[in-house]
Design a protein around this ligand. Structure first.
Ligand code: NAP
Length: 524
C-alpha cells in the first residue's frame, strides 16, 4: 500500500492543509517522503461530528459484530505485510524482530478484546429484582449495566509505534467498549500511522460500521491535539508519552465545561530492590539480567529499570563489578527520534555532572543518534536530599542508590512518586521481608514483581500497567490487558423497566447468555 501523506476522516481520505509533517529516518535523522498535511480546525470539526453521529449506532452494534470488527482490523494489519514492517523500522530505528513481535502483540491485543466483547462480562450486568411484599417498604426492580462513554481521543506513544499507537491498546479497548475513536497521530511515525489507519478505515467499510467510528488526524503543531481534548463531543482521552504532555492534556480536560477523564501513562523509574541474600546467592546472574533489561530496545520502555536500591554489603560491591562488566559489553543503539536522543543525552549529562552522583560505568559509544548506556550511583542520604535524582531519564540509564540499612531503604522507597512497576530480588528466606515491604510497595506501584524486571508486559486479564501519579493520571486503571476496557465505560441503573425495553443484557430471558449478578449471586 502506498503512503500518501493523507488524513483519514471517517471514510474520506483528505490532504491536510495546515503545514507539513515529515517522518524522519531514525538512523540518519534525514526527512522521509512523502510529507503529511496537518489538520485544520475544520478537519477536526468534521472528525468530531462524524464520531458523534457514529456513537449512537456503534454503541448498539451487536457484540458479535463488534468483535468481528476488531478481528477484521487485526487481519487487515497483517495484510499490510512487509510494507508496514519496513516503514516502521525506518521511522523508529527498531529492529525487524522487535517490530514483527510488536505487530503480533497488536494483533493479539485486538483478538483479546474481541473475546472480551463476545464474553459480555464487561457489561457487568446486575439484577436486583423487585420485592413488592418486602416490609416495611417494598423494593423496586433495579438493573445495572455498563455503557460506553462516547467518542475517545487517542494520543499514541512514540516507543510502541504499533502496540500503543493508532491500533494499540487504547484504540482497541475504546472500540471494544463501544466508543468511536479519533487518533492524533504521533509525529514520530506518521507513515506507520497512515498504514495502520488505512487498515482500520478498510475494516470499518468491510464490516459496515458507522463511518465516524474511526478518524486519524495529523497535527503540525499542538493546536489540533489540544482542541481535540477540549471538544465537547470527546468524552475521554487515552495518552502515552511524556509527563509534560500528559499533564498539559489533563489540565485542558479538567478545565472544560464538562470535565472528562484523561488516561495518561507518563513517567516511571521502576525501582528494583536487591536484597542482600539474593546478591550473595546469584549476584552475577541478577547483574547480567539487569543490564539486559536496561539496554533492551535502547532502554525505551516505560518499565525500564531506572533505579536500583540495595543495602551496602560486600555482595553489593561484587554485584556492581558484574553489572559494570556486563554494561561495558553493550553496544550503543539508535533511539526512536532525534528529540528522544537529545533528551536522553541531557539526562545522562545531568547525572554525570551531579555533585551527589558517581559514574559506575558506561556502555560502548556508537554513531550519531545512538545512545550509550549508563550506570550511576549515589547514597540514600543524597538521594533523599536531591529531588531531581527521582526524575525519569528515558533510555538505558539507571541509578544505584546505596542504603546504609533497611531503615534507609524504606525511607528512599517512601520518598518515591508513583511507579508502573517495582521489582524485588530475594531468596526463599526473604518471605517475611517481602511481607513487611508489601504495604509500601502496594502504595507506590501498579505491578510488583519478584525476581524479575518490569520490561515485558504481558497482555492478559490479570495485568496492571498503571500506577499512582505520575506513572499514570488515574491510579484506578490499566492501559494494558482486558481491564483497560473499564476506562471507557460507565454504569447505568434501570429502575422498574418493562422487560421488552430493557437492554438485552438485563432482560429476564438473558438472550446474550452473559454471566450476571442476580441478587448478589453470579448466574448465567
Ligand atoms: P510526548 O512528547 O508527550 O508526545 C506524546 C503525544 O502527545 C504526541 O502525539 C505529541 O504530539 C502529543 N503532545 C505532547 N505534548 C503535548 C501538548 N502539550 N499538547 C498537545 N499534544 C501534546 O511523548 P513522546 O514524544 O512519546 O516522548 C517524549 C518523552 O516522553 C520521552 O523522551 C520520554 O521521556 C517520555 N516517554 C515516556 C514513556 C513512558 O511510558 N514512561 C513513553 C514514551 C515516552 P507530537 O506528535 O506533535 O509530538
Amino acid at each position: 500500500m502506498t503512503i500518501t501523506g493523507d488524513m483519514l476522516i471517517g471514510q474520506q481520505v483528505t490532504r491536510g492543509q495546515n503545514g507539513e509533517i515529515f517522518g524522519v529516518d531514525a538512523g540518519t535523522g534525514e526527512q522521509l517522503l512523502p510529507s503529511f498535511g496537518g489538520a485544520t480546525l475544520s478537519d477536526l470539526e468534521k472528525a468530531c461530528q462524524l464520531a458523534d453521529h457514529a456513537f449512537d449506532d456503534y454503541r448498539e452494534v451487536s457484540l458479535e459484530k463488534r468483535a468481528a470488527f476488531l478481528e477484521r482490523i487485526a487481519a487487515n494489519i497483517l495484510d499490510l505485510g512487509d510494507a508496514l514492517v519496513e516503514r516502521c523500522m525506518l521511522e523508529t530505528g527498531l529492529p525487524r524482530a522487535r517490530i514483527e513481535g510488536e505487530r503480533g502483540r497488536t494483533v493479539g491485543q485486538l483478538s483479546l478484546f474481541a473475546s472480551v466483547v463476545r464474553d459480555g462480562r464487561f457489561l457487568d450486568p446486575r439484577i436486583d429484582p423487585a420485592i413488592p411484599d418486602r416490609k416495611p417498604l417494598p423494593r423496586v426492580d433495579l438493573r445495572l449495566r455498563n455503557v460506553p462513554l462516547g467518542p475517545v481521543a487517542v494520543f499514541g506513544a512514540s516507543n510502541f509505534p504499533l502496540a500503543f499507537s493508532v491500533a494499540g491498546g487504547d484504540t482497541a479497548s475504546a472500540l471494544a467498549a463501544g466508543c468511536p475513536v479519533i487518533v492524533k497521530a504521533h509525529s514520530a511515525h506518521p507513515g506507520t500511522s497512515e498504514l495502520v489507519g488505512r487498515a482500520i478505515q478498510k475494516a470499518v467499510r468491510e464490516c459496515n460500521m458507522p463511518e465516524g467510528v474511526f478518524s486519524l488526524l495529523f497535527d503540525s503543531g499542538r493546536t489540533v491535539g489540544q482542541s481535540l481534548v477540549a471538544d465537547h463531543r470527546i468524552k475521554a482521552v487515552g495518552f502515552t508519552g511524556s509527563r509534560t504532555g500528559g499533564v498539559a492534556l489533563m489540565h485542558i480536560a479538567a478545565g472544560r465545561e464538562e470535565p472528562i477523564p484523561v488516561y495518561a501513562e507518563m513517567s516511571s523509574i521502576n525501582p528494583v530492590i536487591l536484597l542482600e541474600k539474593a546478591l550473595v546467592e546469584r549476584g552475577e546472574s541478577i547483574a547480567k539480567a539487569f543490564i539486559a533489561s536496561l539496554t533492551q530496545g535502547a532502554g525505551q520502555f516505560c518499565t525500564n529499570p531506572g533505579l536500583l536500591l540495595a543495602v551496602e554489603s560486600p555482595a553489593l560491591v561484587e554485584f556492581e563489578d558484574h553489572a559494570v562488566a556486563a554494561l561495558e559489553t553493550t553496544s550503543a543503539a539508535t533511539m526512536l527520534t532525534p528529540g528522544i536522543f537529545k533528551s536522553y543525552c541531557a539526562g545522562v549529562d545531568r547525572l554525570q555532572n551531579h555533585s551527589a552522583v558517581k559514574v559506575l560505568g558506561r556502555g560502548n559509544a556508537g554513531e550519531k543518534l545512538q545512545a550509550q548506556a549508563a550506570l550511576f550511583t549515589t547514597t540514600a542520604k543524597e538521594f533523599l536530599q536531591h529531588e531531581d535524582l527521582r526524575e525519569e531519564v528515558f533510555g538505558s540509564s539507571s541509578l544505584l542508590v546505596r542504603c546504609h540499612d533497611d531503615k534507609d531503604l524504606k525511607a528512599v522507597l517512601s520518598s518515591l512518586e508513583g511507579q508502573l512497576t517495582i521489582a524485588v530480588h530475594l531468596t526463599g528466606e526473604d518471605d517475611q521481608t517481602l511481607k513487611n515491604l508489601l504495604p509500601t510497595l502496594e502504595k507506590k506501584a501498579g505491578r510488583i514483581l519478584v525476581n524479575g524486571f518490569g520490561t515485558g508486559v504481558e497482555v492478559c486479564h490479570a495485568m496492571v500497567h498503571g500506577g499512582p501519579f505520575p506513572a499514570t493520571s488515574d491510579t484506578r486503571t490499566t492501559s494494558v490487558g482486558s481491564l483497560a476496557i473499564a476506562r471507557f465505560l460507565r454504569p447505568v441503573s434501570y429502575q422498574d423497566f418493562p422487560d421488552s425495553v430493557l437492554p438485552e443484557a438485563l432482560q429476564n430471558a438473558n438472550p446474550l447468555g452473559v454471566i450476571r449478578l442476580i441478587n448478589g449471586s453470579l448466574e448465567s
